[in-house]
Design a protein around this ligand. Structure first.
Ligand code: DSN
Length: 422
C-alpha cells in the first residue's frame, strides 16, 4: 500500500470509532478546499508530508541524536533523522542542522540558550513593526529571560534603515542581534546585519521563519553566510509540516544548539514530524520548488499592485516577498472589520498592526495577506488581479450584502477550479 493510501485507510478505520472528531477533521478539510487561504504564515502541504505524519513513527521515543540515543530500537528513526538533517544542510548550504525543534518559538529558545547567557542584552525587531513574539515580547520566554531592546521601521518609508539599526547597536552594545520578521514585506539585508553584529561584537541570530521557502527557492538572499545561527519554521513558505528547524556553520554553535534543543528545551523529538520535514525538504530541493517560490513572489506583487490601484494603502508601497500589509483605514475600516468582512466571503486572513498604528492589536489598522497557500493550489498572476478586485469590492462596500454574495460565489468557483488535494 502506498503511504497516502495507508493513511487514508487509517483515517477510515478510526473514523468509525470517533465520529465527532473525524467529522471536525472532514469539515476543516472542506473549509480549506472552499476558502482561499491568505494567512501569510500558512500553506498546503503535499499528501506525502501528511502521510509521513500519520505513521507509526509517532510511537517512538528517541531522546538524543542519531547514534547517541537514550532509548533502544532507534535504528530506523536514526535513518529518518539523518535524511532530514542532510537535506536541510544541502538545501540551506549549511554545515549543521537540527531538525528536532517542535516549533519556531522552541527553535528560538534553543538558539538564545546556545548563544547568550540568561539576562543578556538582545536587539531585535519590534513586534509592533512586524517582529515576532519570541523576539522579546514581555510575556514570552524571550522577554522574560533576556533584556530585549527593539529596532523598527522608519516612519516615512516603513522600511528598515540599516544605518539607524547600526547606530542603535553601537549605542546599546547588545550581546545578540536578532533579524527576521513575521510582517515585513521587504528584503532583509542580512549582510548588513552581519557587519553590524561583527562591529559591535554581538552574535547574529536570524529567524527566517516566514521566508524559509523563498530562501530555499532563491527568491530571498540567504542569511546563512552572515548569521551565527538561523532558525525557521517548516510550515510557512517552506510548505512542510508544522515545526521548527535550525541551521548553522560553526561546529561549537552546533554542539551548543543540540544540547539547548535536547535536553535544554525539549524531551523526545517528534519522529513522525521529522519524517514529514524530510519529505518537505526533498520537495524543496526539487527544481520545481524554485518555480513555486518565484510564483509566490510574482503573485504577491500583482496582488499588492491591484489593491493599491483600488485605493488601499500597501505598507512600504509594495512587497518583495510573499506577504503585504494592507492599511485599510482609507476604507474607514479597522483591521478587525476587514478580517471579518473577508472571512464572510471565504477569504481567510488576519488583522495586523501597521507601523505606528493608532489602533490596539485587538483592532489594528491593517490586514496581512500572503500568497504562499494560494500559489500552492495553482493560482497565478491573472487570478491575483481578480482576487485583488474582489477584496477591494468587499472592503469598499462593507454594508452591501449583494456585493458580498456575488464575491463569495465567485471565490467558491475559483476555489473549486483549483482544488488542493483532489
Ligand atoms: N504566528 C506566526 C505568523 O502568523 O506569522 C508567526 O509564528
Amino acid at each position: 500500500m502506498n503511504p497516502a493510501a495507508a493513511t487514508h485507510a487509517a483515517h477510515r478505520s478510526t473514523e468509525h470509532r470517533d465520529q465527532a472528531l473525524w467529522a471536525a477533521v472532514e469539515a476543516e478539510s472542506a473549509r480549506q478546499e472552499a476558502q482561499l487561504e491568505l494567512i501569510a504564515s500558512e500553506n498546503h502541504t503535499s499528501r506525502e508530508v501528511i502521510a509521513a505524519m500519520g505513521t507509526v513513527l509517532t510511537n517512538k521515543y528517541a531522546e538524543g541524536y542519531p547514534g547517541k540515543r537514550y532509548y533502544g530500537g532507534c535504528e530506523h528513526v536514526d535513518v529518518v533523522e539523518d535524511i532530514a538533517r542532510d537535506r536541510a544542510k544541502q538545501l540551506f548550504k549549511a554545515a549543521h542542522a537540527n531538525v528536532q525543534a517542535h516549533s519556531g518559538t522552541q527553535a528560538n529558545i534553543a538558539a538564545l540558550m546556545a548563544l547568550v547567557p540568561p539576562r543578556a542584552r538582545v536587539l531585535a525587531m519590534s513586534l509592533d513593526h512586524g517582529g515576532h513574539l519570541s523576539h522579546g515580547h514581555p510575556k514570552n520566554f524571550s522577554g522574560v529571560f533576556y533584556e530585549f531592546h527593539s529596532y523598527g521601521v522608519e516612519r516615512g518609508s516603513e522600511r528598515l534603515d540599516m544605518d539607524k539599526v547600526r547606530e542603535q547597536a553601537l549605542a546599546l552594545r547588545p550581546a545578540l542581534i536578532m533579524a527576521g520578521a513575521s510582517a515585513y514585506s521587504r528584503i532583509i539585508d542580512f549582510a548588513a546585519f552581519g557587519q553590524i553584529a561583527r562591529e559591535v561584537g554581538a552574535k547574529l541570530l536570524v529567524d527566517q521563519a516566514h521566508i524559509a521557502g523563498l530562501v530555499a527557492g532563491g527568491e530571498h538572499p540567504s542569511p546563512v553566510p552572515h548569521a551565527d545561527v538561523v532558525t525557521m519554521t517548516t510550515h510557512k513558505t517552506l510548505r512542510g509540516p508544522r515545526g521548527g528547524m535550525i541551521v548553522c556553520n560553526d561546529e561549537a554553535h552546533a554542539k551548543a544548539l543540540n544540547s539547548a534543543v535536547f535536553p535544554g528545551g525539549q524531551g523526545g523529538p517528534f519522529m513522525h514530524v521529522i519524517a514529514a520535514k524530510a519529505v518537505a525538504l526533498r520537495e524543496a530541493l526539487d527544481p520545481s520548488f524554485a518555480h513555486y517560490a518565484r510564483a509566490v513572489v510574482a503573485n504577491a506583487k500583482v496582488l499588492a499592485q491591484t489593491l493599491a490601484g483600488r485605493g488601499l494603502r500597501i505598507v512600504s508601497g509594495g512587497t518583495d516577498n510573499h506577504l503585504m500589509l494592507v492599511d485599510v483605514t482609507p476604507m474607514k475600516l479597522t483591521g478587525k472589520d476587514a478580517e471579518n468582512l473577508l472571512h464572510a466571503v471565504d477569504l481567510t486572513c488576519n488583522k495586523n498592526l501597521i507601523p505606528y498604528d493608532q489602533n490596539p492589536p485587538t483592532k489594528a489598522s491593517g490586514v496581512r495577506l500572503g500568497t504562499a497557500a494560494i500559489t500552492t493550489r495553482g493560482l497565478r498572476e491573472e487570478h491575483m488581479r481578480t482576487l485583488g478586485g474582489w477584496i477591494a469590492d468587499v472592503l469598499a462596500n462593507p454594508t452591501d450584502a449583494s456585493v458580498a454574495a456575488r464575491v463569495r460565489g465567485e471565490v467558491g468557483e475559483l476555489a473549486r477550479a483549483f482544488p488542493i488535494y483532489v
